[in-house]
Design a protein around this ligand. Structure first.
Ligand SMILES: Nc1ncnc2c1ncn2[C@@H]1O[C@H](COP(=O)(O)OP(=O)(O)OP(=O)(O)O)[C@@H](O)[C@H]1O
Ligand SMILES: [Mg+2]
Length: 275
């Protein structure tokens, strides 16, 4: 996987915070703050047609021992606020790389990416972290839970870092929603793959994101649990207008999205709007 963030030491609190929350508490120099849950109705209406993610001619090229490898090439897309989008494609087609670039976790080699009102490609890692902290929830393909924290503490962390006083009760609430009420004291190594995935989803929910990026959010779940998580994701979309951008191989999930974008060898092959 191509995420720079994955190079961060998963055991380091700072590294984790950087990934999940965004870096310094100094938000005074940040981009315009828009907190969905504080928005008035007037604002919500105004946002209906707001583009929250825009990619223009985005490419990702990396140096390998065998020479230059083009992972993404000429990606153009626009995603509206409140839209639900599935990114599909074969293994190695660049889905995780694209998700990371759109979320500001990774940088593009060429082109422009705009997230809400921030031109990500013009920002350094520290500034991108601030933008992520304000707007982004991210569910990693490999979960990225902090091994030294319990399920509850992992989910609480983003809200705690924001200084929210109700971090714990909120985290308990969300963990219950993903069906983990009796696992909140477990450390990641004491959780099954599917349980870890649900903790990762709960953690992303806990930051009240404007845009939720999820890399294979149902990849490790049985049919029943998968359905439950899909419902939760779409409830979040309905209730708060959260934009969902998800990489998936799960046809049930893709079918429920407004739009399906198919990547083939780093290019957008087709875009279909679901009826
Ligand atoms: N930093 C890197 N250096 C070299 N090659 C990379 C790097 N990151 C990703 N790749 C390669 O780029 C391609 C796309 O990787 P990516 O993780 O985006 O694929 P994916 O579509 O998410 O696949 P999967 O469905 O298996 O998760 C892969 O062939 C991968 O090996
Ligand atoms: Mg992937």
């Amino acid at each position: 996987m191509a995420l720079e963030a994955e190079a961060a030491d998963p055991e380091s609190l700072a590294g984790f915070a950087n990934v999940v929350q965004g870096n310094p508490p100094d938000t005074t120099r940040s981009v315009t703050q828009i907190n969905r849950r504080d928005s008035t109705f007037v604002e919500t209406e105004k946002f209906m047609s707001r583009i929250v993610v825009r990619a223009e001619d985005v490419a990702k090229v990396v140096e390998t021992a065998a020479g230059e490898l083009v992972i993404l090439d000429g990606i153009n897309l626009e995603i509206q606020e409140g839209e639900t989008v599935a990114i599909v494609g074969a293994s190695g087609s660049g889905k995780t790389t694209l998700l990371g670039i759109l979320a500001g976790l990774d940088s593009a080699s060429r082109g422009n990416v705009t997230l809400i009102d921030a031109e990500l490609t013009a920002l350094d890692e520290e500034a991108r972290a601030i933008v992520r902290g304000q707007y982004v929830g991210f569910v990693f393909q490999a979960f990225q839970l902090l091994a030294s924290l319990t399920a509850l503490e992992n989910v609480m962390l983003p809200a705690e870092l924001r200084g929210e006083s109700l971090a714990e009760s909120k985290a308990r609430d969300i963990l219950e929603k993903v069906g983990l009420r009796d696992r909140i004291g477990h450390y990641p190594r004491q959780l099954s793959g599917g349980e870890q995935q649900r903790v990762a989803i709960a953690r992303a929910f806990a930051s009240d994101p404007t845009v939720l990026f999820a890399d294979e959010p149902t990849g490790n779940l049985d049919t029943h649990t998968g359905e439950r998580i899909i419902s939760l994701l779409f409830d979040l979309n309905k209730e708060f207008g959260t934009t969902l951008i998800m990489v998936t191989h799960d046809t049930r999930l893709a079918e429920r999205c407004d739009r399906v974008i198919e990547l083939t060898a780093g290019r957008i092959e087709t875009q279909e709007t679901n009826a």
